[in-house]
Design a protein around this ligand. Structure first.
Ligand SMILES: Nc1nc2c(c(=O)[nH]1)N[C@H]1C(S)=C(S)[C@@H](COP(=O)(O)OP(=O)(O)OC[C@H]3O[C@@H](n4cnc5c(=O)[nH]c(N)nc54)[C@H](O)[C@@H]3O)O[C@H]1N2
Ligand SMILES: Nc1nc2c(c(=O)[nH]1)N[C@H]1C(S)=C(S)[C@@H](COP(=O)(O)OP(=O)(O)OC[C@H]3O[C@@H](n4cnc5c(=O)[nH]c(N)nc54)[C@H](O)[C@@H]3O)O[C@H]1N2
Ligand SMILES: [Mo]
Length: 766
């Protein structure tokens, strides 16, 4: 990359020909252009598979191509012709592979055989499924206590696999369920459960066609939920106000050229995805919404005094809400100076956002990681919900809350029981179903599992997908801890770094992907189910031949481990794995909201899982919609950084060419960065102040004071339109700087969007 390439000059609009070109490249790169293309035609279609890319909803009247550029990448990634065979593992020792990048590891292609680690040869070697299951079962049964094992889940697992997994783990005797959502939307779940009685959003996709105000906060849909852009630009086209609130002026939040619109593609046009843009400081959104609340309440007072119609929805507040007065007092007590300093926005900008809110009859609020990965994320979400309560913007058409989920089935996995603190209702229902006692003590979330690994309490780790050591903070520390374990088991499609952190015994078990045919005991193609961000549950069935004849489905692998560990007296695991209808029937008995699950899932488009908050039924402690009363943080990380020289607050986010820890390619087209990931985005004036040119070589040093040295060297400066004092760079590499001891209050989510760092200039390049 030449020095001039660090200017961060992005493309004009998201989507467009750049997206199509990228699609072509990824399909060709997968080595299966034709099959890849046919594969895509089935993405998010009624008889096809659920796109593994993201959790955005599917329209009821599907266009023939309901997929997007990044969905293509996710599909091509899975449908590749490359294979990581036993011969590959024979050639490379595990120690050698540990020095490879995740990019190189995953580009070896799909895993083909179950593998077991041999410490003597330092290699993974093929074993039979029976040997693997028996070895794992024996090791798990050999623990002193089930709580010594951690059972991780990544959100791509289907409802069927996840339900069976939690059944097995609870029969084994623990609630240790660290889950990717602990690092993702946990704060949303915690805040929404307290505020509205359900840890999920309340809107459906149709609501986006009715809303006249949409706030898109701390989210980069152009890269991470590209299909959402089509809904946003349709909204702006019919005159709705779309307010994007983002620390960065992300491309997709401005304009989008729809590759599925032929005329637009030919004319080189694009349409706006937002009407207004606010760029707060990192962690400044709670202050923004507090400021909006001040404006809204003041305007309401004025309207009443002048005999105009009130701004607040008095009927909703009186009939449904609790805690308004206490929160009002908190709002009144918050000084404007603190609001302005933490948000970094002007009083006019905040007033403007409040006006858009007040003048919209129906408001939707969406958010993602820019909100959930801070220390005060739960309080921020409570504040956003408070503002939505003021005008009754929950539980009516065109209005509501929409935490935009990450992994394609992360919401479903939680629904069917992946939860380290399950409700008593759920455990009671499981006990009724199985006729045996369930463990009642709370288990470990990700942070709990990390703690147990670091201090040696954890002795075994089983992962249903994911890349634990790369996704978690302090990656190097966790990598070391994983290698001290007695047993590690990874159920995966492709090789990644976590699989190489072998314990005394390690197994790598290859599974079918979403796009592949999964046959039942009779040889017929069977489907799994997933739940999207809008609580729609639908079927997903692959139709590509499996990457290798030896692959098993995730369900089959979980069933195999379960049978070998807890036996088949209580649950007939083999029968479940042979017919997923049996699993769905069990889910429906345990979770009655699934109704006649097997019939419902076969209706076109699936079905909507009942969401009581959307019906204005509040399952909160008070039985009412609950205002949350939180003071603004005493100091945000931005404020703390601003007190010291060369100190910044850093957010770690995704490039356009990655899926979490999977790096597809080294470009970030929308932000104008090519062929390099070791970059740090910085305000032009900050760069000038530190005498750093575009492309300057810097070292980033973590400032969390716990005795651990956290350093990343050789990073390149990209001057960018970002608030002063704020930095941005790519996860997962930057997890080396994220301390596991800094996490969300009440959510335990690593604060990976507000990391304190110092920037040190290095010698000029030769
Ligand atoms: N192609 C692709 N799709 C994906 C994923 C992927 O990696 N690749 N990952 C999936 C997963 S698991 C998830 S959780 C989602 C993630 O979806 P996003 O939440 O969009 O993910 P990030 O890349 O972390 O982007 C965070 C955004 O919030 C902004 N931001 C950061 N801090 C703040 C703040 O304090 N205030 C405000 N207002 N904005 C802030 C950043 O500038 C950035 O635009 O995407 C899912 N979809
Ligand atoms: N610093 C920082 N850290 C973060 C984040 C951040 O923004 N900043 N984001 C956090 C978020 S939001 C999340 S969700 C986590 C993600 O954490 P994880 O979910 O653990 O990570 P992924 O990268 O999604 O997992 C990729 C691996 O999953 C496996 N895989 C892919 N498809 C399948 C499948 O169909 N079945 C199975 N069994 N395995 C499969 C492959 O082996 C692949 O290598 O990371 C978190 N960590
Ligand atoms: Mo996520």
């Amino acid at each position: 990359m030449a020095k001039d390439d660090f200017t961060g000059t992005p493309s004009r609009a998201a989507g467009g020909w750049g997206a199509l070109k990228s699609v072509g490249k990824h399909l060709m790169g997968s080595g299966v252009p034709l099959r890849g293309a046919q594969t895509l035609l089935r993405a998010n279609q009624e008889d096809g598979f659920d796109c593994p890319g993201c959790a955005w909803g599917d329209p009821e009247h599907r266009s023939s191509f309901e997929f997007c550029e990044n969905g293509v990448k996710a599909v091509a990634w899975e449908a590749t012709r490359a294979r990581a065979t036993p011969e590959f593992f024979a050639e490379h020792s595990v120690s050698e592979l540990r020095s490879w990048s995740d990019y190189d590891l995953e580009h070896q292609g799909r895993l083909t055989e179950p593998m077991r680690y041999n410490a003597e040869t330092d290699r993974y070697e093929a074993v039979s499924w029976e040997t693997a299951f028996e070895g794992i079962g024996a090791a798990l049964r050999g623990l002193d206590h089930p709580d010594q094992a951690e059972f991780y889940t990544s959100g791509r697992a289907s409802n069927e696999a996840a339900f069976l997994y939690q059944t097995f783990v609870r029969l084994f005797g623990t609630n240790n369920f660290p889950d990717c959502s602990n690092m993702c939307h946990e704060a949303s779940g915690v805040a929404l459960s307290a505020a509205i009685g359900i840890g999920k959003g309340t809107v459906r996709l149709e609501d986006f066609e009715l809303a006249d105000g949409i706030f898109v906060v701390g989210q980069n849909p152009g890269t991470n939920h590209p299909r959402m852009l089509a809904d946003l630009r349709r909204a702006t086209a019919r005159g709705a106000r779309v307010v994007a609130v983002n620390t960065l002026k992300e491309k997709g939040l401005k304009r989008f050229a729809d590759p599925q619109d032929k005329l637009e593609m030919l004319s080189g046009g694009s349409k706006p995805t937002s009407t207004d843009f606010l760029s707060p400081r990192l962690g400044g959104d709670m202050a923004l919404f507090r400021g909006m609340a001040k404006e809204i309440l003041a305007e309401d007072d004025l309207a009443r005094a002048e005999g105009r119609a009130p701004v607040l929805d008095d009927a909703f507040l009186a009939e449904h809400c609790d805690g308004l007065d206490a929160w009002r007092a908190e709002v009144a007590a918050t000084p404007w100076a603190q609001v302005l300093e933490q948000s970094g926005l002007s009083r006019e900008e905040i007033r403007h956002a409040a006006e858009v809110y007040m003048s919209s009859e129906r408001v939707i609020l969406t958010w993602a990681m820019g909100i959930t990965q801070h220390r005060h994320s739960v309080a921020t979400i409570r504040e956003m919900v408070n503002v939505m309560f003021l005008r009754g913007n929950i539980g009516r058409p065109g209005a509501g809350l929409c935490p935009v989920r990450g992994h394609s089935n992360v919401q479903g996995d939680r629904t069917v029981g992946i939860n380290e603190r399950p409700s008593d209702d759920f455990l009671d229902a499981m006990e009724r179903e199985l006729g045996v006692a369930m463990p009642r003590a709370p288990g470990h979330n990700v942070l709990g599992a990390i703690g147990a690994m670091l201090d040696g309490r954890a002795r075994a780790f089983v992962a249903l997908g994911g890349n634990f050591a790369r996704a978690t903070p302090d990656s190097a520390l966790i990598a070391e801890a994983m290698q001290r374990l007695e047993l590690t088991v990874s159920i995966a499609t492709k090789l990644n770094h976590s699989h190489l952190l072998t314990g005394r015994q390690s197994y790598l078990l290859p599974c079918l992907g979403r796009t592949e045919i999964d046959r039942n005991a009779q040889g017929a193609r069977q489907i799994v189910t997933v739940e999207d961000s809008m609580s729609m549950v639908h079927g997903s069935g692959g139709f590509n031949p499996p990457a290798s004849p030896a692959l098993k489905s995730e369900v089959g692998i979980v069933a195999g481990i379960a049978a070998a560990t807890v036996g088949s007296k209580v649950v007939d695991w083999g029968a479940m794995a042979g017919d997923y209808d049996l699993i769905r029937a069990t889910i429906a008995r345990v979770l009655p909201d699934f109704g006649d699950f097997n019939a419902a899932v076969r209706t076109p488009g699936g079905f909507h899982l009942r969401n009581r908050a959307a019906e204005r039924i509040w399952r909160t402690a008070s039985g009412r919609a609950q205002f949350g009363r939180h003071a603004l943080p005493e100091a945000t990380e931005w404020q703390r950084a601003s007190r010291e020289e060369r100190c910044f607050v850093l957010q770690t986010f995704r490039s356009h060419d990655q899926y979490n820890t999977t790096v597809y390619a080294m470009d970030d087209r929308y932000r104008g960065v090519f062929n390099e990931r070791r970059v740090v985005f910085m305000h032009h004036a900050d760069a000038r102040m530190l005498k750093l040119d575009a492309g300057a070589n810097v070292t980033l040093r973590g400032l969390h004071d716990d005795g651990i040295v956290r350093v990343l060297e050789g990073y390149r400066v990209v001057p960018y339109d970002i608030p002063r004092g704020c930095l941005a760079g790519y996860y997962p590499e930057m997890n080396a700087l994220v301390p596991h001891g800094v996490f969300g209050d009440g959510s335990d989510t690593p604060a990976s969007k507000s990391v304190l760092v110092r920037v040190e200039a290095n010698q000029a390049d030769p």
